[in-house]
Design a protein. Structure first.
Lengths: 414, 501, 326
């Protein structure tokens, strides 16, 4: 290459910056979690320090936690899966029926998980091959899966499950650490590796952001989507173990309704965008904790389980709205509210603000140096003059605009 | 009263920090056809959107018959008799032709309901003089691009426009359709309608227009009477410098045939297309937009599969089912639309660069991010990417630098054939030059390059050989570059009913 | 004639007739006029929800809060009417529509003006409405005994032998059909669903159109809430759970494209009929009642897959036509 005056060092210069790290979405979630703990600590201190409280909170909130982990992948693709609760039921049913038939428990469990993986594969095939919208596909497959469970089970429920199922829902290792949390963290760690360190995870991001570009880059969109939906199925299979364990070892066709929505809400709260390609694994993991603490804290504060839904809904909407606020948006709002949507006014104001800031800094410097009053006064006069001019100009622009708009209104009012 | 029906002064429009219009001015006389010319990205499209009220200018004034105007939206401008036909047809593909014509100014009966019958009748009335084949009850999406253009014209006519703006209406029309359009435009002019005619083609300008205004890099360059300006001066005004300096010297040695395309056809897109490309050669595939060039490339790259015919790589027949196969064989494609096909705007540059070659950086199931970054830095330095660092997202770069990122992505794996679909579309002159340099160097390294391009000067300046397509067929092939002229290419790309070469 | 054969609705009607024939053969004694009227009466609520959902889907949005909205409004009107027996029933009819419209306006404002993703926004409001329904009801069931006749009359009064709720559903369908097909605001809904960019160029204000689309959907869901409680003479906060899915399913079955801009009211009407034939007659066949849900799901999947293939053949035909020009 004929080297012109090109001298750019493209390497990453910026290392770890604490101030940026502290305002990351994941950190904000951590603050919320701490805040919830503080609320608990202040309002029910005796309960907070009582043995078993924290464990109960975590255990009670983790029956749908594997779903959240899987849902992150689906949402990152820009798809959605509302059939996961039905998959839990179907997977649990297969395990339960085989247990009833006296087949060794490990095979039954694996068969249950395999069922869910196949359900996921069916979803994935419909979405990736037939290009069906994921919402429609999974709404109808959730009817289908739950419907199959209804056909097979009718009104009956299955009660025969391996004994260790209950342990996952209720057992604390050494009486302190909830087993479900440990398993959740292990699965989370594996999936963090898959999503953030492996080529598959990278492909998920690329497909989620821009599937066309993925195709042109030699990435098979079909395979990535299939992979994610099957992974979701696998997590639903694991989820059925968690769920049945938590329910005390029983399942019927009408159980677990609404779990899909909780999983989606948790993932979204964790910073995963439903339009695909944005979000990390850490956020939803923290959000899982937040959800279980939130529900518990609200319960302690005397809010009944159904009214809690109002809070969950409001929090969901607020987090989404807050996460869309950024510099550009603030600028836009300022433009709209303060500057009457007139870019000329905005420009004048910005320029003046800059000058004022510069002069004020210089004044400070001079004052520190014990400098001359005359110069300070001159700078102050400059500020005043600029501000006055800015006001006048803005007024002028605004008057012009108003006149134009009035004319336009008269002219175009039919 | 001023002489001008429409006058714009010092119009500025910015989009998120990018100046799309920088103090441009424009004057339109009553009853004239006025050409507006300039390269891609010169700001013409933004300019007409300002006139029609789609965008509001940041500053500047617009005078309509000497009176200051502010348009809040398109219906304001429509009420004042301004209508526009946009370049990318802005229609509603699922709605019928009738509805497309009347969207925004429906005919209603006395109860406030749509009068479909009256609308259909009026639509027929409007369409019939333009074309007898368009069924007004069909959805817009089922029509050909040319027919859609005619519907847009009918739409403009339905609003009794005093000022009509046409944004590159001839770009995708056949010769006959162009002639028809000229006739319609002249009839309108004689009725007293003033027309702003945006075009890339000198032919249009000479045929129709009395004056021409040129924009370059978002600014106003000048306005001339058509009969008082030469072709060369106009080109100079548009590109800002002499043409000769725009292309680097060719240094590559041309070797054996690498890729052979033998008689491939794809229903609905192209028929019996054959050509070949050699090592170290830059082959230009040219013709008008919609001639099937992009689709031919997509078939070679495996986005689509041809219905018949053969593709041979180094003499061996290859069966390319997907881009994965193509990349494995050593065929790369720089897609036409970098925003939708080439880049993932939300991911950092280095991840974009390695997105096609992730396998190289995978060790034991884990991506080696450091190796990825090193590779990206190496490539980006080679192509002189102007970015802060390689973790910046491509959306923070200018168009030219975005294109360079896509080029770097294609360079991160060794390739034998590189297809570049409109590699310099919408990027500034400086960035163009460095893309040409990269192409040259690749050719020197033994790459065979197929360049799809609509810009004649570029084809003449860069290519070693030229294949021209028209309506899905190859109409001409030129290998003697010294005697080749723009007119010869243009003639081949407008040839009626292509015929076999 | 050719057009009629290619029309999607023709296919749906054939399916509907086949289903009816099957039902006639499998459940001979239950296939009476009265059974059909009962069926229509019990499914009119779906019709209202599906029509509202259709309006939203046409804008390329989705509203999954409608079932919760139904429960909320239903609880509000029933509890208020029980507490104030002196007030005539028509008040509650109007209140249901207004309250529903207000809830819809919340969705519409969030989606239209604040640009939230419809799915997530309505997921949030789904929780909120359901929670509100509980808060208002206090977790209590409301029974027929405490109902006013003037409240129930909107669902069960018979006009020409057909219950009022069916008439209301039909009238709503006709009105929405007229609105969508023959008025400017209605066509705007199609326009923004088809192409937002083109709409902007045509001077259509997308946020406003989205806003009123959700209001319509909310108002219809609210109306459905009042009628649902009136029809069954009872309600509790958890009622109608999952109805939003059925409504979306009906829309898809009726040919409404989930990407927006495509779909007609007659398709949705046939979709409602098919869905209610499946749910009702299947449940009448001895031992088959448990098949309902699975069949519903399977039918939608099959419908969408058939859609895929018909669209592909249409595409191929279009390409062939283009090929002739080359």
């Amino acid at each position: 290459m004929p080297g012109s005056n090109y001298d750019r060092d493209l390497s990453v210069k910026e290392g770890f910056v604490l101030s940026k790290f502290l305002v990351k979405w994941e950190m904000i979630l951590v603050y919320i979690l701490i805040l919830l703990n503080l609320v608990l600590l202040i309002f029910k201190p005796e309960l907070f320090f009582q043995a078993g409280t924290i464990q109960t909170i975590i255990n009670s909130g983790f029956d749908s936690s594997p779903l959240v982990l899987g849902m992150v992948f689906i949402l990152l693709l820009g798809d959605i899966d509302v059939s996961v609760a039905a998959q839990i039921v179907l997977g649990g049913m297969v395990t339960g029926l085989m247990m009833n038939a006296g087949i060794p428990s490990i095979i039954c469990v694996l068969a249950g998980i395999l069922t869910c993986v196949l359900c996921g594969a069916f979803n994935g095939f419909c979405v990736a091959y037939f290009k069906m919208p994921a919402v429609i596909t999974t709404i109808s497959t959730s009817m289908l899966f739950r419907g199959i469970a209804e056909i097979v089970l009718g009104e009956n429920s299955l009660k025969n499950f391996p004994a260790w199922y209950n342990k996952i829902g209720w057992y604390n290792i050494g009486g302190i650490i909830p087993l479900s949390m440990v398993l959740f963290l292990i699965m989370g760690a594996i999936l963090i590796f898959v999503l953030h360190k492996s080529p598959f995870g990278r492909k998920v991001y690329i497909v989620g952001n821009n599937p066309t570009c993925a195709t042109y880059s030699g990435i098979s969109v079909f395979r990535v989507k299939m992979g994610c939906f099957m992974l979701m199925g696998f997590m639903a299979g694991i989820g059925s173990i968690f769920f049945i364990g938590r329910m005390g070892g029983g399942i019927s066709s009408s159980m677990a309704t609404g779990y899909e929505m909780t999983a989606i809400a948790t993932a979204v709260l964790g910073g995963v965008s439903t339009s695909g390609g944005k979000g990390k694994m850490f956020g939803p993991m923290i959000a899982t904790f937040i959800m279980s603490f939130l529900i518990f804290v609200l319960g302690l504060l005397g809010v009944d389980p159904n009214t809690k839904k109002i809070f969950i809904g409001i929090i969901l909407i607020l987090t989404i709205l807050v996460s869309t606020v950024n510099k550009q948006m603030i600028k836009d709002i300022k433009l709209r509210l303060l500057y009457h949507n007139n870019k000329n006014i905005e420009a004048v104001n910005d320029r003046t603000a800059e000058l004022v800031k510069k002069n004020k800094n210089e004044i400070k410097k001079l004052q520190k140096a014990g400098g001359k009053d005359a110069e300070i006064k001159k700078l102050q006069a400059e500020i005043e003059a600029a501000q006055k001019e800015c006001k006048e100009k803005s007024a002028q622009f605004w008057a012009d605009q108003q006149a134009d708009e009035k004319k336009a209104k008269e002219r175009f009012a039919k | 009263m001023s002489d001008y029906i429409l006058e714009l002064k010092d119009v500025v429009k910015t989009f998120g920090g990018v100046r799309a219009l920088n103090g441009v001015k424009f004057q339109l006389k009553k009853g004239e056809i006025h050409a507006l010319m300039g390269e891609n990205g010169a700001g013409k499209s933004t300019f007409i959107k300002v006139i029609t009220g789609v965008h509001q200018p940041d500053s500047g004034t617009m005078l309509l018959e000497g009176e200051r105007m502010t348009f809040r939206n398109t219906s304001d401008s429509a009420k004042m008799g301004i209508a526009a036909i946009y370049q990318h047809v802005t229609s509603f593909p699922d709605l019928t032709v009738t509805e497309n014509i009347f969207m925004g100014q429906e005919i209603k009966n006395k109860f406030g309901f749509y009068d479909w019958k009256a609308m259909r009748a009026r639509a027929k009335e409007l369409i019939e003089p333009l074309s007898k084949e368009i069924d007004v009850t069909k959805p817009m999406g089922t029509l050909s691009v040319a027919a859609q253009q005619l519907v847009e014209i009918a739409k403009a006519l339905s609003r009794d426009a005093r000022i009509l703006i046409m944004d590159e209406p001839t770009a995708s029309l056949t010769r006959n359709e162009c002639l028809q359009l000229y006739r319609i435009a002249k009839e309108l002019r004689d009725k007293g309608v003033s027309i702003i005619f945006i075009t890339h083609r000198f032919e249009d300008m000479y045929e129709l227009c009395s004056r021409v205004t040129v924009f370059r890099d978002s600014t106003y360059v000048g306005c001339w009477d058509v009969d008082k300006i030469t072709n060369q001066d106009l080109v100079k005004a548009m590109v800002g410098r002499e043409l000769t300096a725009m292309y680097p010297e060719k240094t590559a040695k041309i070797g054996d045939v690498v890729l052979e395309v033998d008689n491939i056809s794809k229903e609905g897109y192209f028929k019996n297309v054959s050509f070949n490309v050699r090592r170290g050669e830059i082959l230009a595939l040219t013709g008008l937009v919609g001639a099937g060039r992009t689709e031919v490339c997509q078939n070679i790259y495996g986005i689509m599969q041809p219905d018949s015919g053969e593709i041979r790589l180094e003499g061996k027949k290859v069966n390319i089912k997907s881009p994965i196969d193509a990349l494995k064989l050593g065929i790369g494609l720089l897609p036409e639309n970098r925003q939708t096909q080439g880049l993932v705007n939300e991911l950092p540059i280095y991840q974009n660069v390695s997105s096609a070659t992730m396998k190289q950086f995978t060790k034991g199931g884990q991506l080696d991010v450091n190796a990825e970054m090193e590779n990206a830095i190496k490539l980006c330095k080679k192509i002189q990417l102007k970015a802060n660092d390689i973790t910046a997202p491509p959306s923070s770069l200018s168009g030219g630098n975005q294109q360079k990122v896509v080029v770097a992505k294609m360079l991160s794996a060794e390739q034998k054939v590189l297809i570049m679909d409109e590699p310099t579309k919408g990027i500034d002159v400086g960035a163009k030059y460095s893309i040409y340099e990269i192409m040259n160097e690749l050719a020197c390294n033994g790459y065979a390059i197929i360049m799809v391009s609509s810009e004649m000067p570029e084809v003449l300046g860069v290519a070693d050989r030229v294949v021209v397509m028209k309506s899905g067929r190859v109409t001409a092939e030129f290998s003697d570059m010294s005697s080749l002229t723009q007119e010869m290419i243009l003639e081949a790309s407008l040839k009626e009913k292509g015929g076999d070469k | 004639m050719k057009k009629l054969l290619h029309s999607r609705n023709t296919g749906l009607i054939v399916v509907l007739i086949l289903l009816l024939v099957m039902a006639r053969i499998l459940t001979p004694n239950m296939f009476s006029v009265q059974a059909i009227i009962n069926m229509l009466q019990n499914n009119s609520v779906y019709a209202l929800l599906a029509v509202g959902e259709m309006v939203v889907i046409l804008t390329s949005g989705i509203d999954i809060s409608i079932a919760s909205l139904l429960a909320f409004v239903g609880i509000v009107t029933t509890s208020l009417s029980c507490a104030n027996p002196g007030i005539p029933g028509v008040t509650w009819f109007i209140l249901a529509i207004v309250l529903g419209a207000l809830c819809g306006a919340l969705n519409g404002a969030l989606v239209g003006y604040l640009h939230m993703v419809p799915m997530i926004c309505t997921l949030g409001t789904m929780y909120i409405f359901r929670g509100l329904a509980f808060a208002v009801s206090g977790g209590q069931w409301w029974f027929a005994a405490s109902y006013l006749d003037s409240y129930r009359v909107f669902a069960i009064a018979k006009i020409l032998g057909i219950p009022a709720i069916v008439w209301i559903a039909v009238i709503v369908m006709v009105l929405v059909g007229l609105f969508l097909g023959y008025t400017a605001p209605g066509r705007r809904i199609y326009a923004i669903g088809t192409s937002r960019e083109s709409s902007a160029v045509a001077g259509i204000k997308e946020p406003t159109v989205t806003f009123y689309a959700y209001i319509i959907c909310g108002a219809l869901a609210g109306l459905a809430g009042m009628l649902y409680t009136a029809n069954y003479a009872g309600g509790y906060y958890g009622m109608a759970e999952g109805f939003e899915m059925t409504a979306i399913a009906i829309c898809v079955l009726g040919g409404v494209s989930i990407n927006g801009g495509k779909g007609r009211i007659d398709g949705v009407a046939i979709g409602v009929l098919i869905m209610c034939v499946i749910t009702n007659f299947i449940s009448m066949i001895p031992g088959m009642s448990v098949w309902q849900k699975a069949l519903q799901g399977a039918i939608i999947i099959v419908a969408v897959i058939i859609n895929y293939f018909t669209e592909r053949t249409a595409e191929k035909r279009a390409l062939k036509e283009r090929g002739a020009l080359i």
